[in-house]
Design a protein around this ligand. Structure first.
Ligand code: NAD
Length: 348
């Protein structure tokens, strides 16, 4: 029997990526919906083969307690709402898979971790790229020593966003602009590719003057993270540039180019290194798989086997703390130290 998920929020990520991905899952299935729109939810339930009685409004979320088919919830609401629904899920004994960014501040992240620990339910942040096979191959290569000592990462997550108003332009609902929404992928990649934690950041934010969308949140955030080994990771994220989602990793003996690293599909990996007298440029072939399905199946396996997810709440909290240091650096125009992880609370 597959692990049953209740889908909380039927916006774009749920409708366009996650619900369709269940068709490619082996261990996870959608069994309930929680939505603010009864007509939309009824239609989606019919399309996905979900029982009409398993569709609930937000106010009646706690009815999931009486539905034995629901073992986990997937939270796909505006960022500031993740905490409330994670705590409500933990309170009725359901495991939590929450979208990224985990929340809008580190206090909320810590509260989510505590609530899930108290209730003894799993908590996973939907860092899909860490389940995507080409990114995983890049991680293996980076950590195999084949590139030599890692020196530089350069990542971009750029897109041209449409007009508002929408929750992404609200500081209260989103927590920030391009950084927590898409710059987060660059930050997370710097950490998972290097396997190291940053110790200091220098950042700059920019918003076009007079653009009402960016009255509260940044349009662009550029940052450089310094790691203890000397590894430097530089990233640009923006809502105001033509789409670019690539990541380059340079080591002393070789480098990687991950094209469309952070896209929903279409990742490509090239490996450059010296061989004998000349350099080689090798395309690494990997059979593609749906990263959303891999992510959902990972959560389902963790629920079944009572295992800690590969991207637990602590991973979301760490990124949030680093994003807060990035924000302070951009605000004050100076380098900001990043506090080390407590020795007794490792991310993994
Ligand atoms: P969306 O705007 O398309 O959907 C948000 C949903 O929340 C809608 O169904 C909306 O009705 C509902 N909602 C409930 N209360 C709301 C309120 N007060 N204000 C606005 N909407 C409210 O957003 P989305 O793109 O689906 O993003 C949802 C979450 O998923 C966010 O946390 C986002 O960062 C994350 N996300 C992740 C990925 C990914 O690749 N992993 C991609 C996109 C979005």
């Amino acid at each position: 029997e597959r692990v049953g998920f209740a889908i909380i929020g039927l916006g774009r990520i749920s409708l366009e990526q996650v619900l369709p991905a269940f068709a490619e899952c082996r261990l996870a299935r959608p069994v309930a919906l929680v939505s603010g729109s009864p007509e939309k939810a009824a239609l989606v339930a019919r399309q996905c083969g979900i029982r009409p009685e398993a569709v609930h409004p937000y106010a009646q979320f706690e009815r999931l307690r009486d539905d034995a088919a629901v073992q986990a919830v997937y939270i796909a609401l505006p960022n500031a709402m993740h905490r409330e629904f994670a705590e409500r899920a933990a309170a009725i004994g359901r495991h939590v898979l929450t979208e990224k960014p985990m929340a809008t501040n580190s206090e909320d992240c810590a509260a989510m971790i505590a609530a899930c620990a108290r209730a003894d339910v799993r908590l996973m942040v939907a860092y899909r790229c860490q389940y995507e096979l080409v990114n995983r191959a890049a991680i293996r290569l980076a950590q195999s020593g084949e590139l030599g000592r890692l020196r530089f990462l350069q990542a971009m997550n750029l897109q041209s966003n449409g007009p508002g108003p929408q929750w992404r332009y609200s500081r209260q609902l989103a927590g920030g602009g391009a950084l927590p929404d898409i710059g987060l992928y660059c930050l997370n990649a710097a950490r998972y590719l290097s396997g190291e934690e940053p110790v200091e950041v220098v950042a700059q934010a920019w918003s076009p003057p007079g653009d009402a969308r960016f009255a509260e949140v940044e349009e662009s955030m550029s940052f450089t993270l310094r790691f203890a080994s000397g590894f430097l990771a530089q990233a640009q994220s923006s809502y105001g540039a033509y789409q670019e989602k690539s990541c380059r990793l340079a080591g002393e003996r070789g480098s990687l180019l991950l094209e469309d690293a952070f896209a929903y599909r279409g990742q490509r990996l090239r490996l450059f290194r010296r061989e004998g007298e000349s350099g080689i440029d090798q395309r690494v072939q990997i059979q593609p798989r749906n990263q959303f399905a891999l992510e959902l199946d990972h959560m389902a396996r963790c629920v079944r086997e009572a295992r800690r997810p590969h991207t637990p709440g602590e991973e979301g909290l760490r990124d949030q703390q680093i994003m807060e240091a990035i924000g302070r650096s951009a605000l004050h125009g100076r380098p900001e130290a990043i506090l080390p992880l407590p020795a007794d609370r490792p991310v993994r």
